[in-house]
Design a protein around this ligand. Structure first.
Ligand SMILES: [Zn+2]
Length: 175
């Protein structure tokens, strides 16, 4: 809610881009020690707000026309760096694939797959890194909104890593 209010405020004062950075909305956040970037399906810069008490590791949304990734730094800190990157790319994928506008029951799986494909394509994580994600998903029961239960999710992500449908467009690092 804090971020929401903040962004609404920015929309009113205008000059959102400069203001946003000043308020902690990062264009190139450091995730697991790696500077990351994300652009949405329109090519717009996605800004990242590192926060706490989010209720989830990350969340993708559009607030006052600004595409935003919120990350819970407390939750991220408990994860290996490569998995932190995976989650950032998962949230980025929701922007890349337009889920923030039109979510579907397939969105969570598609975002996982995109993140795995992109991570492989960009050399952000190895197969061994992805195998190492499994214990961190194991306790999850999944959700009604399309998150697979932990073991299934791990297998799904690894399968995406192994069998990319196509090369993901270079939204993040090449711009
Ligand atoms: Zn998601």
């Amino acid at each position: 809610m804090k971020a929401f209010a903040l962004l609404l405020g920015l929309a009113l004062v205008g000059g959102a881009a400069c203001q946003a950075q000043a308020e902690g909305l990062e264009v190139q956040p450091l995730i697991g020690g790696t500077p990351m970037r994300c652009h949405d399906f329109r090519g717009a810069v996605v800004r990242t707000l590192q926060t706490t008490e989010l209720g989830d590791v990350g969340r993708a949304s559009i607030v006052a026309r600004v595409p935003v990734i919120q990350l819970d730094t407390d939750r991220l800190a408990k994860l290996p760096p490569k998995l932190q990157i995976f989650f950032f790319m998962h949230e980025c994928a929701h922007h890349v694939l337009g889920h923030v506008i039109r979510p579907t029951l397939q969105s969570e799986r598609d975002a996982d797959c995109w993140s795995a494909n992109y991570g492989r394509w960009a050399g952000l994580f190895s197969r061994k890194d992805v195998e190492g994600f499994a214990p961190f998903f194991a306790a999850s029961n999944g959700s009604k909104f399309g998150h697979l239960p932990g073991a299934e999710r791990s297998a799904y992500i690894l399968n995406c890593f192994d069998k990319p449908e196509s090369e993901p467009v270079a939204y993040s690092l090449s711009r």
